[in-house]
Design a protein around this ligand. Structure first.
Ligand SMILES: Cc1cc2nc3c(=O)[nH]c(=O)nc-3n(C[C@H](O)[C@H](O)[C@H](O)COP(=O)(O)O)c2cc1C
Length: 413
């Protein structure tokens, strides 16, 4: 591809480049301003509202209308790459988009470090023009700090997302993620702060409470606080192991039924049939997938690993792609959009896990490299192919015809 046609990667080395952004955002902003003027309700306060705080004056009704208008403007994405620390970075998002993903979350970013540390911003958040719709996710426990971080990314994304779902020890120590489920007033203040002060809508990602009514009350509180899109991971804070605990789609359905904003379902989406079942059973507006996408970034294009062929309805045949092809695609994207090597290493292990189980000595060679290079990794893929074992991805007969050779699948789910 000609260098001139390459998309420039947008990094946040310092404040957003305002002049360029103004060009990009100008027409949108004018439309937004007009819409906001229309949506302002008349009140005794007749002072003009600055652009920074129009949402303070919106009724609940117009909040819901705006939430849907935004979702429709984005094309109602159904197939979404979940946020994954060190794993849903730009090249991986672009790979998944190539194979059917319709939107993607960044990895969780730490709002305080993001506001304070330029190196962290530069390394942990990169994007490009094609990387949309994009949800930028933060963890936070201080509304002002969260807002400061969010302001830096809002020109580059479609939602600023707050992570209320992380159950890890580090989140307990840092007091964020799912541990804020014990402090709902703080949760509310974080959402309100963004909803009142950002131009882009706020989304939230939550886990469920053990008690269904608690979950519904929690979700309603988020909606009332100004959340415009809610992703529900159907596991509780204590159900950390996704392989051990099935996500509760009934709880997600109950939230969807109780809310008026768009709701996304997360958990147990391991192949394309799960997408269909999940949408049908929960009524959700879209699904997120995480762990399985790491092994099989072409999941949303209808490809499945051998593990999910047995028992699937209809006839599966070997697809045109396997995981080594996907890895090569990913490496090319990493050359174009550089990211830290630890992220690349993690994806190599996830995508080629099945291959390494057959050829453990290739994994050992990889592990022996304290410093990786693209040359080493491309050679490693060639070596695996020369070893002669085939580990295909599968695809239903009827589906593969719909996937062009260069990916970019469109799915009718
Ligand atoms: C490697 C990895 C990193 C993750 N990092 C995040 C994160 O940064 N933010 C978040 O909200 N969830 C994170 N999660 C959770 C996923 O987004 C998702 O909620 C969870 O894995 C359930 O989806 P699944 O059943 O499709 O795996 C992570 C999961 C994995 C596997």
């Amino acid at each position: 591809m000609a260098a001139s046609s390459l998309t420039q990667t947008l990094t946040l080395q310092s404040d957003p480049p305002q002049a360029d952004l103004d060009d990009i955002l100008c027409s949108n902003q004018q439309q937004e301003q007009q819409k906001q003027q229309e949506l302002l309700i008349s009140s005794s306060d007749t002072s003009p509202f600055g652009l920074g705080s129009p949402r303070q004056c919106l009724t609940e009704e117009s909040h819901i209308d705006r939430a849907w208008a935004h979702w429709l403007k984005l094309g109602r994405p159904k197939l979404i790459v979940a946020p994954m620390v060190d794993n849903s970075e730009l090249p991986f998002r672009m790979l998944c988009r190539k194979y059917g993903a319709e939107a993607a979350y960044t990895p969780m970013l730490h709002s305080r470090i993001f506001s304070e540390n330029e190196k962290y911003r530069r390394e942990e958040f990169t994007t490009c023009n094609e990387d949309r719709p994009l949800f930028v996710q933060f963890c936070a426990n201080d509304p002002d700090t969260l807002l400061e971080a969010a302001k830096r990314v809002e020109p580059f994304c479609d939602y600023v997302d707050i992570n209320f779902g992380c159950p890890q020890r580090i989140a307990r120590r840092g007091y964020y993620g799912a541990f804020l489920m014990d402090n709902l007033p703080l949760v509310k203040s974080l959402v309100q702060k963004l909803a009142l002060n950002l131009q882009v809508p706020v989304s939230c990602k939550i886990r469920v409470f053990p008690d269904l009514q608690d979950t519904i009350n929690y979700a309603k509180m988020l909606e009332e606080a100004g959340c415009s899109l809610l992703a529900v991971h159907g596991r509780t804070r204590d159900e950390k192991d996704g392989k051990k605990f099935r996500a509760d789609w009934n709880a997600i359905k109950a939230v969807k039924d109780a809310l008026r904003i768009p709701v996304l379902a997360n958990g147990n989406v391991r192949h394309i049939d799960d997408v269909q079942s999940c949408l049908e059973e929960t009524g959700a507006d879209g699904v997120l997938s995480a762990e399985t996408l790491l092994e099989n970034p072409a999941l949303f294009a209808g490809y499945r690993t051998g593990e999910w062929v047995v028992g699937s309805e209809g006839s599966d045949k070997e697809g045109k792609l396997d995981q080594t092809d996907l890895l090569v695609d990913y490496l090319k994207l990493c050359e174009r959009y550089p990211v830290p090597w630890r992220m690349i290493r993690s994806h190599v292990h996830k995508m080629l896990g099945d291959w390494f189980r057959v050829h453990p000595h290739v994994r050992e060679d990889l592990n022996a490299q304290s410093k990786l290079t693209f040359e080493f990794l491309y050679n490693m893929v060639d070596r695996l192919k020369e070893l002669g074992i085939k580990i295909p991805l599968y695809m239903k007969d009827s589906h593969e015809d719909r996937v062009p050779a260069n990916g970019l699948a469109t799915r009718n789910v």
